[in-house]
Design a protein around this ligand. Structure first.
Ligand SMILES: [Zn+2]
Length: 135
């Protein structure tokens, strides 16, 4: 059991609540719909439970929350319990890497997009490339 103070605990809990990160995922849904990208499923029970995936062509898409996965652009380490948070992010990233490896070994193409970059041109380009290079 981690020993953390009350402030950390409550910060952690409130972050957990937003873990499904609906608003971020909805942003992605809108992007996919707007660009008529079809065939995706959400939260399919394969390794890592990707936020989105295209089972037929085996493309998995993760939308990584900036806070949980330590986005290099916008992550700010909380001021208290620095070690706790550092380890949290390190652990998550390690998990992400393992998931990538396993999925790739199973023949999936894995894409990860930072929550803050969903609406950048490059994201759509990467998606299109991944989805079309399969056929
Ligand atoms: Zn970010």
């Amino acid at each position: 059991m981690d020993t953390v103070d009350k402030a950390t605990r409550s910060r952690y809990m409130s972050a957990v609540k937003s873990r499904g990160n609906r608003s971020t995922e909805m942003k992605m849904v809108r992007l996919l719909r707007k660009n008529k990208l079809k065939g995706w499923r959400r939260h399919k029970r394969i390794t890592g439970t990707p936020d989105f995936c295209w089972p037929v062509i085996k493309v998995a898409l993760f939308v990584d929350g900036c806070f949980w996965h330590g986005c290099p652009r916008c992550y700010n380490l909380p001021k208290s319990n620095v070690i706790f948070w550092k380890n949290k992010v390190i652990g998550n990233r390690r998990h992400d890497k393992r998931v990538n490896l396993i999925l790739r070994a199973q023949g999936w193409k894995v894409l990860r997009v930072w929550g803050c970059r969903i609406n950048e041109k490059r994201t759509l380009l990467r998606l299109r490339t991944a989805l079309h290079s399969q056929n």
